[in-house]
Design a protein around this ligand. Structure first.
Ligand code: NAD
Ligand code: UGA
Length: 453
C-alpha cells in the first residue's frame, strides 16, 4: 500500500520504517528541513534501538522516502497518517495546532479519496475537528472528494519502539462508518496492518471516541500504577518495610502483574505527564473532577523531588534552605534520560533534580550513555554542569553519587574504585538498583526508594 506519514518523531519515524520494512511504500513528511535532509542520508535523529538498520535498508530498497513537500506527501498515499506532536498547552490541555495544520494541508492538496488516520494522542472529539476542517477546506476549493477520518492511537514505548511496532499487543482502530464504506475502510486498515496482525487477532475496531479515550485510559492506568507504587514506597519507608519485597509480593498476583509497579524517582517522558494532565483537563471541561488522576499527578510531582529530599536529609538541611549545606558541593549524576534505552529527556526526573541542585548552588558532573547531547542542547554550557564521557569520570571528586536512570551499565560498579573517587561513600539511588544490606556492608551511606535500611 502507499502510505504517507506526517511527522518523523519517535512515532512517525518508527511507524514509517516498520511499515516500509513489511513491504508498504511509505513517504515520511516533516516540516523540519534539517531532519529530513539528514534522514535522506540515513542519519537517524533519535536514539532508538534497531531503528537505524531498517531505516537505511528501506531507503536503499526505495520503500521509504522522505520529503518536506506537503503536496508530494499528500499525493503519495491512499492512507495519510498524522503522527505529529500534541504537547501540553499552558492549561495542560493538548495543543492541537500541529494536528490541525496537517489536516488542513491534506485537504489543501488532496484530489482523490484518502483515509486520514490520526495516530497522535489527541483528546476525544479531535477526529470531529479534523473532519470539519477537511470538509471546510475542500468546500473552499469547491471540490468534492470522499475521505474518512479514523482514530488509530499508538502504544509503542521509547527504547522498545521497533519491537512494539512490529509486535503490537493490539491495534486499536476507531471509525464511525456503516455499511459498504465501513467495509472498505476496514479492509484497507486490515491490509495495512496484516503483517503485524499474526498468530491471533489483534485489531480492535470500535467507534472513534472510544479509540481516542482508549489511548488516554491506557497511559493514565500505567501512570496510576506507578504513582500507587511510589505511594506504597513512601509508606514502606515509614513503617520499616521494604518496597522491593512488597512489589514482588503483589506482582505475583496475575490480577496485578509485575509490570509498571517499579517504584522510583517519578515517571517522566513526553507522554505520561502530558496525557495525565490532558485527561484531567478534558474532565474539567466537562465539569467532572478526576480525583484519581489529580492524585496521580500530585504524587508524581512530589516523587520527582524525592532524591533532593534524601540529599537534604543526608546533608542535614531543609529544602528551603538547602544552599547552606549544598552550596559548593559536587554531585555525580548517573542517568539523564527519562528511562533507559532512549536519548529523550522530556520531563525526565533528572531535570527536576538538576534544577534543584543548581538552585542550591551545587555543581553536577553527569554521565548518560545517550542523553547528554539533549541535555546540552536544553541547558547550554554552564559552569555548574559538566557532562563527561564515562560513569567513572562523573565520580571524580564528587561529594555523592545520584542515580536517576537504570541503564544496564550502572547495575554493577567497582565498590573500592567508587570509594576512592567520591569524597565520601554516599549514594542516592532513584531506581533501586542495589541491595541496601550489601551497600551498608561495603560502608556506603545508601539511600533508595521505599527501603528503610
Ligand atoms: P515528536 O515531537 O518526536 O515528533 C513530532 C514531529 O512532528 C517533529 O519532527 C515535528 O517537526 C513534526 N511536525 C510538526 N508539525 C508538522 C507538520 N505540520 N507536518 C509534518 N510534520 C510536522 O513526537 P512523538 O514523540 O513522535 O509523538 C507524536 C504523537 O504521538 C504525540 O501525540 C504523542 O503523544 C504520541 N505518542 C508518542 C509516543 C512516544 O513514545 N513518543 C508513543 C505513543 C504516542
Ligand atoms: C509510555 C507507554 O508505556 C506507551 O505504551 C505509550 O505508547 C507511550 O507512553 C506514549 O504514549 O508515548 P514511554 O513514555 O516511552 O511509553 O515509557 P515507559 O516505559 O512507559 O516509561 C514512562 C516512565 O515511567 C519512565 O520515566 C519510567 O522510568 C517510569 N516507570 C515505568 C516507572 O517509574 N516505574 C515502572 O514500573 C515503569
Amino acid at each position: 500500500m502507499k502510505v504517507t506519514i506526517f511527522g518523523t518523531g519517535y512515532v512517525g519515524l518508527v511507524t514509517g520504517a516498520c511499515l516500509a520494512e513489511v513491504g508498504h511504500h511509505v513517504m515520511c513528511m516533516d516540516v523540519d528541513v534539517n531532519k529530513i535532509d539528514r534522514l535522506k542520508d540515513g542519519l537517524i535523529p533519535i536514539y532508538e534501538p534497531g531503528l537505524e538498520p531498517i531505516v537505511k535498508s528501506n531507503i536503499e530498497s526505495g520503500n521509504l522516502l522522505f520529503t518536506t513537500s506537503t503536496e508530494e506527501a499528500v499525493n503519495h498515499g491512499q492512507v495519510q497518517i498524522i503522527a505529529v506532536g500534541t504537547p501540553p498547552d499552558e492549561d495542560g490541555s493538548a495543543d492541537l495546532q500541529y494536528v490541525l495544520a496537517v489536516a488542513e494541508s491534506i485537504a489543501t492538496h488532496m484530489d482523490d479519496e484518502k483515509i486520514i488516520v490520526n495516530k497522535s494522542t489527541v483528546p476525544v472529539g479531535t477526529a470531529d475537528k479534523v473532519r470539519n476542517l477537511v470538509e471546510t477546506t475542500l468546500r473552499n476549493r469547491s471540490l468534492e472528494v470522499p475521505f474518512t477520518v479514523i482514530s488509530n492511537p499508538e502504544f509503542l514505548k521509547e527504547g522498545a519502539a521497533v519491537n512494539d511496532c512490529m509486535r503490537p499487543d493490539r491495534i486499536v482502530i476507531g471509525l464511525d462508518l456503516h455499511g459498504e464504506s465501513r467495509r472498505t475502510v476496514e479492509t484497507a486498515m486490515r491490509e495495512l496492518y496484516a503483517p503485524f496482525n499474526r498468530n491471533h487477532e489483534k485489531i480492535l475496531f470500535m467507534d472513534v471516541r472510544s479509540a481516542e479515550l482508549t489511548k488516554y485510559a491506557a497511559n493514565c492506568m500505567l501512570a496510576t500504577k506507578i504513582s500507587f507504587m511510589n505511594e506504597m514506597a513512601n509508606i514502606a519507608e515509614r513503617v520499616g518495610a521494604d518496597i522491593e519485597f512488597v512489589r514482588q509480593g503483589i506482582g505475583s498476583d496475575p490480577r496485578i502483574g509485575y509490570q509498571f509497579i517499579y517504584p522510583g524517582c517519578g515517571y517522566g517522558g513526553s507522554c505520561f505527564p502530558k496525557d495525565v494532565k490532558a485527561l484531567i483537563n478534558t474532565s474539567k471541561e466537562l465539569q467532572y473532577q478526576s480525583k484519581i488522576l489529580e492524585a496521580v499527578e500530585t504524587v508524581n510531582n512530589t516523587q520527582k523531588h524525592k532524591l533532593f529530599d534524601l540529599i537534604c536529609r543526608h546533608f542535614n538541611c531543609s529544602k528551603e534552605d538547602a544552599s547552606k549545606a549544598l552550596k559548593g558541593k559536587t554531585f555525580s549524576l548517573w542517568g539523564l534520560a527519562f528511562k533507559p534505552n532512549t536519548d529523550d529527556v522530556r520531563d525526565a526526573p533528572s531535570r527536576v533534580l538538576l534544577e534543584l541542585l543548581w538552585k542550591a548552588g551545587a555543581k553536577v558532573q553527569a554521565f548518560d550513555p545517550e542523553a547528554m547531547e539533549e541535555i546540552q542542547r536544553i541547558y547550554g554550557l554552564r559552569g555548574d554542569l559538566s557532562l563527561v564521557g564515562t560513569k567513572e569520570a562523573a565520580l571524580r571528586g564528587a561529594d555523592a553519587l545520584v542515580i536517576c536512570t537504570e541503564w544496564k551499565n550502572f547495575r554493577t560498579f567497582d565498590d573500592e574504585y567508587v570509594k576512592t573517587q567520591l569524597s565520601a561513600p554516599v549514594i542516592f539511588d532513584g531506581r533501586n538498583m542495589y541491595e541496601p544490606e550489601r551497600m551498608k556492608m561495603k560502608g556506603y551511606a545508601y539511600y533508595s526508594i521505599g527501603r528503610s535500611s
